[in-house]
Design a protein around this ligand. Structure first.
Ligand code: FES
Length: 276
């Protein structure tokens, strides 16, 4: 174990706090892995042994979990870990092209870092942000509607120390280690900053409100917990909308640009507020 006595003492204190949140110590393994990752930037063998000691399980059990989830890195990554979504929708919208051009531009591949240690790249699967495809993430913050040019500029800015803002979420991009600490369960107080859901994500809700669409009562009442066989198939017998949704209605307003304010409700600390 090579953690210095001071670091180990601090990690033990944090680990105790995390473990205390769960009925069984081993349930705290995932946040504990983020905790050791926040210290070293990746999950080292020392980190694995620390988690095993704290939880009373074997290093093999910790390794089994930490190698299953791709958010845990076993080699150092960059200060800014950049993900490019190459899942189906993002791929056909340009994600594959972004990945190809970005790897050529930086000279690094999947889960590799640039020599200056500033940026690493990862091919990532669907980030549940398909309405902003193709998307990228930096330390798990979203950058929407990307292009190869924007992607290369983003990475260049990160490497040169220029401030970049995510399309949604916090007003400041934190480092990979800081993001890992938040995931370990130590909030940085930024969770409610910025735009949480962009207009694209809310468009279906808006259309439903405009047209008076409501969820079937059986679904509202609890779906599978309902009393009739129809409860499990809530849409059975539901009338189709008379007016089909027009393409114009789902593409207006145009997609937002990374770093630019996006429409929708302005919340305290949102991008709109900070760009005025
Ligand atoms: S496919 Fe990229 S966010 Fe869903």
């Amino acid at each position: 174990m090579t953690f210095s006595p001071e670091v180990r003492e601090r990690l033990e204190r944090d680990a105790k706090q995390i473990i205390g949140r769960y009925p069984k110590p081993r349930s705290a393994l995932l946040p504990l892995l983020h905790l050791v990752q926040s210290e070293e930037g990746h999950v080292s063998q020392d980190g694995i042994e620390f988690c095993a000691e704290q939880l009373g399980i074997t290093p093999a059990q910790v390794t089994g979990v930490s190698t299953f989830y791709t958010q845990y890195k076993h080699e150092p990554v960059g200060e800014y870990h950049v993900g490019v979504c190459i899942n189906t929708l993002c791929a056909v919208m340009g994600g594959d092209q972004i990945w190809n051009e970005l790897t050529e531009h930086t000279g690094v591949g999947h889960d590799e870092a640039t020599p200056d240690g500033k940026v690493s790249l990862e091919r990532i699967e669907c980030n549940a942000a398909c309405d902003f495809a193709p998307v990228m993430m930096v330390n798990w913050e979203f950058f929407d509607n990307m292009t190869p040019e924007k992607a290369k500029r983003l990475v260049d800015d990160l490497r040169s120390g220029k401030e970049v803002l995510p399309s949604r979420g916090p007003n400041k991009l934190c480092t990979w280690k800081d993001a890992s600490r938040v995931l370990a369960g130590f909030p940085d107080g930024r969770a409610h900053e910025g735009v949480q859901a962009g207009p694209e994500s809310l468009r279906g809700l808006e259309l439903a409100k405009q047209r008076g669409w409501e969820a079937p009562q059986s679904a509202v009442a609890g779906g599978s917990g309902g009393s009739s066989p129809q409860s499990d198939t809530a849409d059975t017998g539901r009338e189709a909308p008379e007016e089909p949704v027009q393409a114009r209605e789902i593409t207006d307003p145009p997609p937002n640009e990374p770093g630019e304010p996006i429409g929708g409700d302005v919340k305290p600390g949102s991008q709109e507020g900070r760009n005025q």
